[in-house]
Ligand binder design. Sequence first.
Ligand code: AHM
Ligand code: MG
Length: 354
Amino acid sequence: MNPVKLEETMMHFLLEHQLKNRRSLNFLILMESIVTAAKYIQHYYDLAALQGNLGEAGSTNVQGESQMRLDLLAHQTVMHYLAESNQVIEATSEEVTEEILLNEDGRYFLYFDPLDGSSNIKHSLPVGFLFGIGKRMLGGEEDYRLRRGREFIAAGMFLIPSGIFTLSLKDAGTWQFLLDSTGVYIRPTRIRFPESPKSWELSFNAGNTTTFSTPVQQWIAENQPKYNFRYTGALAVDFHRLLHNGGMFMYPAIVNHPNAQKNRPEGKLRHMYECAVVAFIAHEAGGMAVNEAGDDVLEIQPKKRHQRSALYVGSREVVESIREVLRDHVRAQKGDGGRVEAAKEPDATGAGVH
Ligand code: AHM
Ligand code: MG
């Protein structure tokens, strides 16, 4: 008998899941490529800090934001392993404007943000790799490739540099895996938002508060004192914390900016690879996510690959509380002849609101 207690690996956990549900092993091949990419991004992040490679690349992405060298490296790393896996038809990356065609016979669509929280990079603060996975229609014709979050089969995020991998499987929960010194992901732990409000937190860019709609500002004034406040400037990191402590992360629409050019009525975060990803993870952890209209983020049918959305995600009770306010606001606006508060266009670059 082996005297050592050996741990279950992530792949073994996934193998059991696939076999139990009579699913193919293709998903394992895909996950292997995602996990390998994640480990390499982590490796490059560590190296970059040592080699002073944390600066800007001098180019801009589809959002008009400057790309850090690590953003590009992370994107190229993910693409390399996705291509090698042969499992992906088409990928959507925050760093590339158009769809990225891979293997027309593949089974999956991947939507990813290779390095979320870029502003943290130059300070060597934590960042994340976010991804959602859709699956092709196996019977019949393939008609569209931008799936609703509700149609994802899995979504996850990898925290850098801590190396904690969160993976949510459709109707099978949200799980976290730790990377141990052997380099293997072990000990799947099921994660659910805590029910007790004792640890609940609020997370949002407080510097933007006066730019939110009046009802959202009122909700904050009434509710913020009940909670601790935390914000790192990286969705993956803030949301990771929230999964353990509960509460709500929000990035509301910017509609009352003193410089109207800086309003963002559509929100700032990207639907496909930020909002829908954390909404899926939250749902599998017992929570929920809504947009500025109070609609379930998982039900939004994306129209554009890089479309933006406002986001309110976290413990069900807190998100439901603000959802009522958001819905009332929509009803009031409709009753007001459809007038939308500060319905001015955001600046073309989508740059920061400050
Ligand atoms: P990124 O994907 O370019 O790094 O930007 C997305 C980030 C989120 O991670 C974070 O929640 C938000 O933008 C922070 O925005 P702000 O600096 O306006 O608070
Ligand atoms: Mg991001």
